[in-house]
Write a protein that binds this ligand. Sequence first.
Ligand code: KG4
Ligand code: ZN
Length: 340
Amino acid sequence: MSLKNTYILGIESSCDDTAAAILRNGAILSNVVANQSIHESYGGVVPELASRAHQQNIVPVVDQALQKAGISINDLSAVAFTQGPGLMGSLLVGTSFAKSLAYGLNIPLIGVNHMQAHILAHFIEKDGYNKPSFPFIAMTISGGHTQIVLVEDYFKMIVIGETIDDAVGEAFDKSGKILGLGYPAGPEIDKRAKLGNPIAFKFTKPKVKGLNFSFSGLKTAILYFIQKKVIENPRFIEENINDICASIQYTIINILMDKLKLAVLETGVSQIVIGGGVSANSGIRNALKEAESKYGWSTYLPAFEFTTDNAAMIAIVGYLKFNKKQFAKQSIMASSRLKI
Ligand code: KG4
Ligand code: ZN
């Protein structure tokens, strides 16, 4: 007797990526993302343009995910979607689509918290990747969020620290804007940082008590520093771009690592997981790998395809909730400030 397969369609539309993925019993069959290049010329995401692009992309993206998975829409066991947090207009597109599809197919609908999904992406079956065991500390670092979460079980998560102003991804992106780099600047700063001297320039770290973060002061410090240097030498940025990027990245990574060390000290938990767009950063990845031998931590780095926003992470939460029969009603609403 063979057990019935569970096919989950995950849909992600919280910001500027329209994504759909299919998992069979927790393993990926397809993972499709349509990026919205329209925002690049504005130096940031324009919410109204994002929701319009989601409307155009969602049907072809879901269709592609089904085709790549080699299954028919009637094989689906459930539809999981990002309920929040995120941009309201963007969330509404995914939410309405998921509700209609689940209703039409008469299959369960599952609401997913985007920040939980960045953490639970570590439970997608993937060769060469181990899953963390409970409890562990998760640091979610993205363009919209920066949190330290104590994860006691799949859905037992306690936020023990978070940013009081900008997210860490914003610190990368806004620094990049000051330097005249394109949006999002995180990957470009990372690339240049590899070629520069991380201690060429010193930026003071913000003094925030406990496990909370602040990045807005750092952004202002970088702005004033660059303005001053450019007055002295108009070619300062182009002559020192790699060193500037390396120094900014070094400062940001130190801030993140300091808070992680404190979190380990306060909780006694030394299994560390990272998630979110900034977890693609080579600086944080190297620092965490070093911490394994330096402090005896066990660290879990996500595969690159699961760092930035994707639907496989939504589908895995869908799968975990499907097994617990945690289904949503048709009355479920998108929630832009949904908490963990
Ligand atoms: O998780 P994500 O795709 O979207 C949000 O939920 O915000 O994260 C996007 C953020 C952007 O700020 C981007 O600059 C940053 O992740 N990012 C990076 C790198 N790759 C993406 N930051 C630093 N280094 C990277 N390699
Ligand atoms: Zn995200």
